[in-house]
Design a protein around this ligand. Structure first.
Ligand SMILES: Nc1nc2c(ncn2[C@@H]2O[C@H](COP(=O)(O)O[C@H]3[C@@H](O)[C@H](n4cnc5c(=O)[nH]c(N)nc54)O[C@@H]3COP(=O)(O)O)[C@@H](O)[C@H]2O)c(=O)[nH]1
Length: 800
């Protein structure tokens, strides 16, 4: 150290030392500033900044060295080898460039430090090459310790200079880094000069390729100008870059201020680097200084005025830790009644970017969608999905002593109301039913609409017996069946209920729903408007029903259907005027199956359409072979009226058989008129206009609305068997038969009494003026082959 200080004090001109130091400071300042620019840019722009930085740094080191050498007085006429002097400049620039590239290749500290150390190495390489260029009548003896110390000083300070520079691009760090780089160069130089001891040797001197100190002064001046020129160039490039940066900043500010999201950028310490107005608004931080402040201080300030209710230290520590660990964090918070989703995204180089999105409306829409997916839109009751979820939940929560009952409900003949009065009335009815069901259950129970006219209830019963379920079911039947007043219509609708119980009937929703469905089917079979609990045999019945359906589908192909005929007699003339065609199923294994057992199933499955068509064609073919004054009556199911080809089917059956339309009579029930009456009436009118006769079957059993008789000119009314059976025993049946026959007479419509089994019934019907009669008294339905026999028997009876 003493040697270095002595060298500096005694062997150097302090004015030139000062000049060298100034040049070194200037070059270092420019180099550090360019280093910052290079760090802030990428690709080609970075390469340009590195090249400029290396040129400035290299020239700076070189000029510092040679001005300092001018300040050094070796005591005899010295010179410098031109090639070696130039080589020292090339070394300086090349090694500085290498060091810069290393330092900028990564943000890791040890890499930056290594880059700085390489630059320090460049200073040494330049210095010792520069010293090698020195030509004196003396030779140099080096102090190896000081040589090593000079290299260590240069590399160490240069490494620290770059580490300080990368910490922050602000004036303080820039000045500190500049100072450190200056120290690196200067300390290296003077320590290295301290290592020199000149031993005079007159045999040594300058050669022709050497440059004098005067010329060197000129060269260093050129180098200094080069530094200034490069600095000027750098300043111009920087200015342009700043201009671009400014327009980019304006663009960025515009984008930030017009974003619907709030945005805030933090450094690794949680200091706010940048934020937009929306962020301040969303987080209630308008009117507060934000940029440059620590989030911790902002939160503490807010907490002090009760505008933040967490623990600021804990919160900020957790966010900083997450960013440090590279974890992206999403959380939702509530501010002024709004839901805000915050995403903290760590950024390279430390810190994080937080985005704030107001998701209040989105959440509401999500809730609405989720509500819609789980509720019925018409009644707002839970739908099948939610019902199942709640049933599953109830089953999970149920304890050993608890009982769950699943009630499946089906409105009786709802379809008729929907078809006859229209969907708006049907919808209003469903809403009222839903309301009544809601009133029937307790808050622990669930009512759901499973679809159409199907509802379900889950009754949760703690420590109770099936009688509680039965009383709920009968209460529901009673409440739902009470009259409704809808759009000026007085409506009455029944409800059938099937019940299954958990755990005895099943432990999962599928099993319980299936069994409640089977019980519902039984309730319908038993006349509707009632409830039934699931019983073990119901499963077998359902299975049998499925088999019957399969058989029914195959029966048409296997030609298992037959048409039987029952004679219809004219009461006054006592002759057979026609036959009613009644289908029979002659099953290969089960024998003759009554239509009462398969027609309802055929109607449910739609198979009645092909079966009914076949009966029609067969009856027309058979009747075409009978005497001309004998007609045939064919039953039409309401389901057949849904087939748009019905009129065509009837016409084709008549055409194919050659039967005149006047000899065909089609029997319909009132339920046909209930469904889409406009379309039905137009079909009936078309058929009647073609010559076919239309009769109203089972009169008196259904709605028996006299308006039906006005809406369509029926050719015949058939008085239901139930009235005829009790004709002799019940006054009211007699009164009904009398009223219907009277009605027929006054309207000019034929009346036919069905199910006549006794002479007494026949006599009473004759007395009342009933036009026709039909029943076992004359003959049960018989195969077509027996029609002739029935006709001749009837003629013989008439003659007798
Ligand atoms: N859509 C269609 N429906 C049809 C067809 N064939 C029959 N049916 C309907 O099936 C129900 C049962 O019919 P069925 O078992 O044939 O019973 C009929 C007669 O056998 C029975 N009847 C006739 N006279 C008497 C009697 O004196 N006593 C007594 N107990 N029963 C008697 O009545 C049934 C005829 O009823 P209706 O049709 O109302 O005139 C039945 O509803 C048939 O309509 C078909 O091809 N298509």
């Amino acid at each position: 150290m003493y040697r270095v200080l002595t060298c500096l004090a005694t062997e150097h001109d302090w004015r030139l030392v000062l000049l060298a130091g100034t040049i070194c400071w200037l070059a270092s300042a420019v180099a550090i500033s360019l280093f910052h620019r290079a760090r802030a840019s990428r690709g080609r722009t970075r390469a340009v900044w590195i090249a400029l930085d290396a040129a400035v740094g290299g020239c700076g080191i070189w000029a510092t060295h040679f001005v300092a050498m001018l300040a050094y007085d070796p005591g005899a006429g010295a010179g410098y080898s031109i090639p070696v002097t130039l080589l020292s400049l090339v070394f300086a620039i090349a090694i500085v460039a290498t060091g810069l590239c290393i330092a900028l290749s990564s943000s890791r500290q040890w890499v930056v430090g290594l880059g700085g150390a390489v630059i320090g190495g460049g200073v040494a390489a330049m210095h010792y090459t520069g010293m090698a260029a020195l030509e004196l009548p003396a030779f140099i003896v080096w102090s190896h310790g000081l040589v090593l110390a000079s290299i260590v000083f240069g590399s160490l300070f240069a490494a620290i200079a770059l580490l300080v520079a990368v910490r922050r691009d602000n004036p303080v760090h820039t000045v500190a880094a500049t100072g450190l780089l200056t120290v690196a160069i200067v300390s290296h130089h003077f320590t290295a000069m301290g290592a020199v001891t000149l031993i005079p040797d007159p045999t040594l001197g300058t050669d022709t390729m050497s440059i004098s100190p005067t010329a060197l002064s000129f060269l260093t001046a050129v180098a200094a100008f080069a530094i200034l020129g490069l600095s000027l160039l750098a300043a111009m490039i920087d200015r342009r870059a700043k201009g671009e940066l400014h327009s980019q900043k304006v663009l960025l500010d515009t984008a930030l201020d017009n974003m619907s999201q709030g945005l805030c950028m933090f450094d690794a310490d949680g200091r706010i680097l940048l934020n937009n107005q929306r962020y301040a608004e969303m987080m209630g931080r308008t009117g507060m200084a934000l940029q440059g402040r620590l989030l911790l201080d902002v939160l503490r300030q807010q907490k002090a005025v009760n505008r933040w209710d967490g623990d600021p230290d804990q919160f900020v520590a957790s966010v900083i830790a997450a960013a440090k660990a590279g974890n992206s964090v999403t959380r939702t918070l509530t501010r002024n009644g709004r839901s805000i989703r915050v995403v903290d995204q760590p950024k390279s180089g430390g810190g994080w970017v937080a985005t704030f999105e107001d998701i209040t409306e989105w959440q509401q829409v999500q809730e609405q969608i989720s509500h819609m997916a789980r509720h019925d839109a018409l009644t707002n009751l839970p739908n099948r999905i939610l019902f199942r979820e709640q049933l599953e939940k109830a089953l999970r929560l149920a304890k050993r002593t608890d009982q769950l009952a699943v009630l499946c409900l089906d409105l009786d003949h709802f379809k008729d109301i929907n078809d006859s009065l229209g969907h708006p009335v049907g919808d209003a009815l469903l809403k009222q039913v839903a309301r009544r069901l809601g009133d029937c259950v307790s808050e622990n129970d669930t009512v759901a609409r499973l679809g159409g006219d199907e509802f379900a209830i889950v009754q949760f019963c703690h420590d109770c017996d099936p009688s509680a379920v039965a009383s709920l079911a009968s209460h529901v039947v009673e409440q739902v069946s009470a009259p409704y007043e809808i759009a000026g219509h007085q409506l009455v609708i029944g409800v059938s209920i099937g019940i299954s119980l958990a755990p005895e009937d099943g432990k999962n929703p599928d099993e319980l729903l299936k069994k409640a469905d089977l019980a519902l089917y039984r309730a319908k079979e038993d006349g509707r408007g009632t409830y039934r609990f699931f019983e073990t045999g119901m499963d077998a019945r359902a299975q049998a029903r499925r088999l019957l359906e399969l058989d029914l589908r195959a029966a048409l192909q296997r030609n298992e259907f037959e048409v039987y005929y029952q004679p219809i007699r004219d009461v006054a003339k006592d002759v057979v005027v026609g036959f009613e065609a009644l289908v029979r199923w002659n099953h290969a294994l089960r024998g003759m199956i009554s239509p009462a057992n398969f027609i309802p199933l055929a109607e449910e499955t739609g198979l009645i359409v092909p079966i009914g068509d076949w009966v029609l064609r067969q009856a027309c073919m058979d009747a075409a072979r009978w005497s001309r004054d004998v007609g045939v009556a064919v039953n039409l199911s309401p389901v057949q009226f849904k087939n748009p080809n019905l009129v065509l089917t009837v016409k084709e059956a008549l055409k194919a058989s050659g039967l005149p339309p006047q000899r065909l009579e089609l029997e319909i029930t009132e339920s046909v008129l209930l469904q889409n009456s406009e379309a039905t009436l137009s079909v009936l009118h078309e058929l009647r206009a073609f010559g076919v006769r239309i009769s109203l079957d089972d009169f008196g059993t259904g709605y028996s609305s006299l308006s039906y008789l006005r809406s369509f000119p029926f050719d015949k009314i058939k008085i239901d068997r139930s009235f005829v059976t009790e004709l002799a025993t019940r006054d009211d049946s007699m009164a009904i038969v009398r009223a219907v026959t009277g009605l027929g007479k006054s309207l000019g419509i034929v009346t036919t009494a069905e199910g006549v089994e006794t002479d007494e019934q026949f006599d009473l019907l004759r007395q009342e003026g009933c036009t026709q009669a039909q029943g076992y008294l004359f003959s049960p339905p018989r195969p077509a082959t027996e029609v002739e026999t029935m006709l001749s028997k009837a003629r013989a009876q008439a003659v007798a």
